[in-house]
Design a protein around this ligand. Structure first.
Ligand code: MGP
Length: 231
């Protein structure tokens, strides 16, 4: 049965492609950043339009293997791929090793294109990260869903201060997994707490406490500030 036959009730059958082409639909630019709303009907002939993200994002990977120092750490950082559409995101996500299958010591870092996943990047250096750790025994493969939700919240710009979000990291360690949301500023309590609460709610972690760690604490050795923000 053809699509027209399937659709035919009391309405006369239409050639859908022609109908949409004849409408006053404007030509869609393929240039990034996209300015107009794109739907499948933006390409009524092939229906293969990609749905743009507000930002392009880069996925990085590192597996230091042995303990890295601050000086050598970035040498193990590999830039994997940059994507700027929903379809490319799923193409990447469905074809890479799951977090739960990564070797201990590994990290995936998803950052806005142009921001390196390091404290030293100018957009990170005044910032910090909201951190939550999970015992591997307790959480198992659920980490994959939590990391997916974290990434979707980032690329979907669903935080109240999207410009404050630099990226997110999932870390695989011997006895725990860790998810971190890296933010641009560490000295604005209102912004930081809002982002922390939203991460907590995105991950459905009402009963757990998230801690904010300014990168300045990580860079300097010694005792961390005891008055860290919690949500
Ligand atoms: P980590 O992986 O963030 O901490 O940093 P973790 O998981 O507590 O430690 P691990 O030993 O279990 O992996 C580990 C080390 O990597 C830090 O102590 C630094 O030496 C180095 N490092 C990590 N980060 C995110 C950076 C960074 O942004 N810049 C530099 N220079 N070094 C970093």
């Amino acid at each position: 049965m053809s699509r027209n036959e399937m659709n035919s009730t009391s309405e006369p059958s239409l050639d859908i492609g022609e109908e949409i082409e004849d409408s006053d639909h404007e030509e869609v630019s393929d240039a990034f950043p996209f300015t107009e709303m794109r739907t499948v009907f933006s390409d009524p002939v092939n229906y293969n339009v990609k749905h743009p993200l507000f930002n392009a994002w880069t996925l990085w990977f590192d597996n230091p293997g042995k303990k890295a120092s601050q000086n050598t750490w970035s040498q193990n950082l590999k830039e994997m791929i940059t994507f700027d559409s929903v379809e490319e995101f799923w193409g990447v996500y469905n074809n890479i090793v799951k977090s739960s299958d990564l070797a201990s010591g590994s990290n995936y870092h998803l950052f806005k294109q142009g921001i390196k996943p390091m404290w030293e990047d100018p957009l990170n250096e005044q910032g910090g990260k909201w951190v939550i750790q999970f015992h591997r025994n307790k959480i198992g493969e659920e980490i994959n869903t939590l990391w997916l939700y974290t990434m979707l919240a980032c690329i979907g710009e669903s935080f109240d201060y999207p410009d404050e979000v630099c990226g997110a990291v999932v870390s695989v360690r011997k006895i725990f997994y860790r998810i971190s949301l890296w933010t641009r500023t560490s000295n604005n309590v209102e912004i930081s707490k809002t982002l922390g609460r939203q991460l907590k709610s995105t991950l459905g972690l009402a009963n757990q406490t998230l801690e904010f760690q300014p990168h300045s604490d990580a860079i300097k050795s010694g005792n961390p500030n005891k008055d860290r923000l919690l949500v």
